[in-house]
Design a protein around this ligand. Structure first.
Ligand SMILES: [Zn+2]
Length: 354
């Protein structure tokens, strides 16, 4: 299994996020990727590459899942932020005002001129600081996702996009949850565009993949399934319930499998079997796995109790789907353990797929 890692990832390094009423150091830090890369050097699964995709192809792939006005905003956001006040160069941009989407409530169709208002329009939380290097890093992560999809299209059984910042909370028109560009969705769309008639996305991060769900919610050609902490108590709170099954042409092509905080591996594993049966029933010919490792018992912001050794079995089960598979790197905030857990999962997959 080749790994495509993002050489620009450390350009995105937020200083602080709003967490329970105070500013705290960011949970999503560059060391996360570095630990995974170090573990892959210690226990190689295949060649390590930086992605080589053309600018035009990458822009097109991003534009297939994100709106033009959102991409334009992200690309120019830092320059606008600093133009407001040169002192902003030392501070991250965080939103503080949002348009609630209630009917007859605030409008989101009119693009405000005010930067702070636009930052709120295109985001859903204050945990995702926008920094000088955010666009460069996010774009580099998307390149990893595209390169991994291309590798699978070329015949590889699997490929790993070691793409930081993560992506599965980013929607067509919004950032949030430490995510800016939806790497898993970019990979899934690239697989579709390369001829896979139906692609499945199976999200195993602790948190619901709300961005991915939103991107594909009205489509039958990408089946989205997510195993996650019950949103009635867990982030991202406002999406991820079991009764969200897709809409219009996508009716029946979204499956949410929420589990209560505190769930252990036996129940989680049985739920994974349910998800994999649904992937099989959907008739997908390729699989994308947004790979979050924040289901780990030691994760500081999550609530399942998987142990490091359990991730081998997760990888083995995913291999059992028998599909060409792209992994994208998502959450996992027990930084010391994230490399071990990620490589355990991928090694379990690779050994079972051999
Ligand atoms: Zn997560």
């Amino acid at each position: 299994m080749k790994t495509f890692h993002n050489p620009h990832h450390a350009a995105h390094a937020g200083q602080q996020e709003m967490f329970r009423g105070r500013m705290v150091p960011c949970h999503e830090v560059p060391a996360r990727l570095d630990f995974v890369l170090a573990e892959l050097q210690r226990r190689p699964l295949g060649a390590l590459h930086t992605p080589e995709v053309g600018d035009a192809a990458l822009d097109a792939a991003i534009g297939r899942v994100h709106s033009a006005r959102y991409v334009d905003f992200l690309r120019g956001a830092w320059a606008e932020w600093v133009a407001m006040d040169p002192a902003n160069a030392q501070r991250d941009a965080l939103p503080s005002v949002w348009p609630l989407p209630n009917r007859h409530g605030f409008r989101n169709d009119v693009l405000p001129f005010n930067f702070a208002a636009r930052l709120g329009l295109f985001s859903f939380d204050s945990g995702s600081p926008l920094t000088a290097g955010t666009w460069t890093a996010a774009r580099g992560g998307a390149a990893c996702a595209l390169a991994a999809a291309q590798d699978v299209v070329a015949g590889a059984r699997s490929a790993f996009a070691l793409s930081r910042p993560p992506g599965h909370h980013a929607g067509p028109d919004f950032l949030g949850g430490y995510c800016f560009l939806n790497n898993a969705a970019i990979a899934a769309q690239a697989l579709r565009d390369a001829g896979h008639a139906k692609v499945a996305v199976l999200d195993v991060d602790y948190h619901h993949g709300n961005g991915t769900q939103t991107i594909f919610y009205e489509r039958a050609d990408v089946f989205t399934v997510s195993i996650h902490g019950d949103p009635s108590t867990e982030y991202p709170f406002f999406l991820g319930h079991a009764d969200e099954r897709g809409a219009d042409a996508g009716e029946g092509f979204n499956l949410n499998l929420p589990l209560p905080r505190g769930t252990g591996f036996d129940t989680w594993r049985a739920t994974l079997a349910t998800a994999l049966q649904a992937v099989s029933d959907a008739g997908a010919t390729a699989l994308v796995v947004p790979m979050g490792l924040d289901t780990f018992e030691g994760d500081p912001i999550s609530g399942f109790t998987l142990k490091s050794a359990d991730y081998f079995a997760v990888g083995e089960a995913l291999a059992g789907a028998g599909l060409p598979t792209v992994f994208t790197f998502e959450g996992g905030y027990a930084v010391d353990a994230v490399g071990t857990n990620a490589v355990n999962l991928l090694e379990g997959f690779q050994q079972a797929a051999a």
